[in-house]
Design a protein around this ligand. Sequence first.
Ligand code: F6P
Length: 328
Amino acid sequence: MASKIKKIGVLTSGGDSPGMNAAIRSVVRTCAYLKIECVGIYRGYQGMIEGDFKTFDARSVNNIINKGGTILKSARCEEFRTKEGRKKAHDQLVKEGIDAFVVIGGNGSFTGALMFNDEYGFPVMGIPGTIDNDILGSSYTLGFDTAINTVVDAIDKIRDTASSHNRLFFVEVMGRDVGHIALNAGVGAGAEEILIPEQNLGLERLLESLKRSKASGKSSSIVIVAEGDKTGKNVFELKEYVEEHLPIYDVRVSVLGHMQRGGNPTCFDRVLASRMGVKAVESLLEGKSNQMVGIRDTKMVLTPLAEAIKAHTEIDEELIRVSDIMTT
Ligand code: F6P
């Protein structure tokens, strides 16, 4: 039976992440391939509410696969959290003749999509786009791979100067409430200690580990601190704490910040985005809705949005063990 869906909208919502453009491109080109109309929705749900739409064809997305950020712009929209806001958005979609939409974003964006579907029975499909890698149902979110490579690159550079001056660096990385960026980039960059929210071993253990590190002959050290870590101290307070208790260390702090969200996506993220876009459009045309596209064991899979937003993905315990062994 032919699908009732003839026009699909695509938007990016929440914090941007590298690979979002590649996913937009994939959605647009899949629609073109399947002879479905495609509309770009600007500024996330805010643009949906205001009818900020533009018809896209295959050529509208030339030369964006390699670009960070999102050509559609992104926003965290308060108005869409209200019934009135969602009503305005629905009116705009109906006016434009849009039959379904693909939202590229994180938990908040998916929660909005679910509420919208609940109220209007409107077909929605999610693509997980966030550097945090915290969404249940996909081993990787779009932008995570690029972000950890950006962090590793930055830490390699910090290590050069740390080593020249025999210094200890606290490097704060993003990740909101989870430690996936910290743990993966920490292992990849050879950090001495990695402080993540999922595992608070306390400040005593940090001091012990730094003492051991000095005694074993290491002259410089890198400690990665996830922004959501639970030591109760931010990176600057950690610096003061260590300087007070271990004056042998000359300590510096580096907060990597939003540079982790920018930059050209890695090949991994571009391929993942391309696969996710195809799966999202095909799934909508098969009559599926309220699902998120993800990757597990190299295969594309769907997870109900209601499941995806329930909890964060768990930290990889085996990788924590590897990290412990590597810091011997
Ligand atoms: O969710 C992505 C993320 O970059 C988090 O890692 C970080 O905590 C947050 O967004 C920062 O948000 P904003 O760009 O609004 O400051």
